[in-house]
Design a protein around this ligand. Sequence first.
Ligand SMILES: [Zn+2]
Length: 55
Amino acid sequence: MRVKLCFKCKQYIAIRENDFNNSRDLLLFDKAHAGHPTQVVNEEEVANYEIWAGS
Ligand SMILES: [Zn+2]
């Protein structure tokens, strides 16, 4: 699975294609982390990060 993570906040959110609720959560994530360094990576690469608990 792919995730989008924020290096500054050490939070990430799962990316699920064709999932409306996930699309909304991704938008909220982008809004919350505007101006922060974010990147899309594989889930295995974010073991030390907190999962996004937004919305
Ligand atoms: Zn952030």
